[in-house]
Design a protein around this ligand. Structure first.
Ligand SMILES: O=c1[nH]cnc2c1ncn2[C@H]1C[C@H](O)[C@@H](CO)O1
Ligand SMILES: [Zn+2]
Length: 365
């Protein structure tokens, strides 16, 4: 494909890869290289569900492509198993950054649940330190500048969120930018972790909440109006509060209006949503309508291994499905940078000095 539809030139994959991109929702334990999993599994004696890196990569993608978030999450057993040692965590984090750099990402927030990496005796603090060491090694070795921060996730079906929130605050000046909760959504409302969110608010800290992915509006409403989430992980089901009439007129319910009016960022992950059944296809993904309605939409990968994707792939898929041009890709990227859990002056510097000049050139052709 030469990237032309009629007389309009659409961004090609090769061009998109070179454009600066920002990812806010990218799980460390969802982005390992299959080759690394094979090697680490051999070292620690973990039995994998497929032989060899290629078959394993396929296994992750096929198993995650299940139509259910719960089954999608089962695949993480095999990544988490090889991320239980300091060396394993350092390596995975370093390679994670290398892959982001190769994808043209200039700012990334990398999330994972420290409580899932203590099975072989590491303390929570040692886990965060190992990940930070790997991320910094990746940044130091990068050919192009990249800024990377950690988000510490607590698992919503467990009861360690307060501890993890405290850990995020302890590490706030050493590479951790915020907090998140993840895992099965149905049956585990965000208010189960209200004490952790209230603590973070008192500490002037930042957090996002996975909400509106496998459960609907009540989950989003709790995340925002009870817990005070700064951003929504996915948030796709906000579409349930939007009515589009046959004549094309649109009516927002009170929650959708609140989300749009207060510019709450939506960390949208199109491919992941198709795999878990939160959306039927990329072309029918609510991101199309939400973008048209100017919600604060950002584009993300969620789990590059399980979805066999990259930021470049996600953006290219959106270009193909919706005909987006460079202005649209710049808008997603600036939205994401504005929504980052990084100090305002640092966000502005990346927007003014890195993102806008690069897109200005791309738009000029
Ligand atoms: O999209 C997701 N929704 C809910 N939970 C998720 C998603 N992607 C990954 N997780 C879980 C599985 C990981 O083990 C955990 C921490 O990264 O977060
Ligand atoms: Zn996620």
């Amino acid at each position: 494909m030469d990237g032309r539809i009629g007389t309009v030139t659409l961004p090609t994959k090769t061009q998109i890869r070179l454009a600066p991109k920002v990812v806010l929702h990218d799980h460390l334990d969802g982005g390992l290289r299959p080759t690394t999993i094979v090697e680490l599994a051999r070292e620690v004696g973990h039995t994998l569900p497929a032989e060899g890196a290629e078959a394993l990569g396929r296994w992750f993608a096929e198993s995650a492509d299940s139509g259910s978030l719960e089954r999608y999450l089962e695949t993480f057993e095999h990544t988490v198993a090889v991320m239980q040692t300091r060396a394993g965590l350092v390596r995975v984090a370093r390679e994670f950054v290398e892959d982001l750099v190769a994808d043209g990402v200039v700012y990334a927030e990398v999330r994972y649940a420290p409580e899932q990496h203590v099975a072989q005796g590491l303390s929570l603090d040692e886990v965060v330190a190992a990940v930070q060491e790997g991320l910094e090694a990746g940044v130091a070795a990068a050919e192009r500048p990249i800024v990377v921060r950690q988000l510490l996730t607590a698992m919503r079906h467990r009861a360690r969120s307060m501890e993890i929130a405290q850990l995020a605050v302890e590490w706030r000046d050493r590479g951790v930018a915020g907090f998140d909760i993840a895992g099965a959504e149905a049956g585990y409302p965000p208010t189960r972790h209200l004490d952790a969110f209230e603590y973070l608010q008192r500490e002037n800290s930042h957090f996002t909440i996975h909400a509106g992915e496998a459960f609907g509006l009540p989950s989003i409403w709790e995340a925002i109006q009870w817990c005070g989430a700064d951003r929504l992980g996915h948030g796709v089901r906000i579409i349930d509060d939007i009515e589009v009439a046959d004549d094309g007129s649109v009516k927002l319910g009170r929650l959708a209006a609140y989300v749009r009016d207060t510019r709450i960022p939506l960390e949208m992950c199109p491919s992941s949503n198709v795999q878990t059944g939160a959306a039927t296809s990329i072309a029918e993904h609510p991101i199309g309508l939400l973008t048209k309605l100017r919600f604060r939409v950002t584009v993300n990968t969620d789990n590059r291994l399980m979805s066999r994707t990259t930021m470049t792939d996600e953006m290219a898929a959106l270009v193909e499905a919706f005909g987006y041009g460079w202005e649209d890709l710049r808008w997603f990227t600036v939205n994401a940078m504005k929504s980052a859990f990084l100090p305002f002056d640092e966000r502005l510097a990346l927007i003014d000095e890195v993102i806008k000049p690069a897109y200005a050139e791309l738009i000029a052709g």
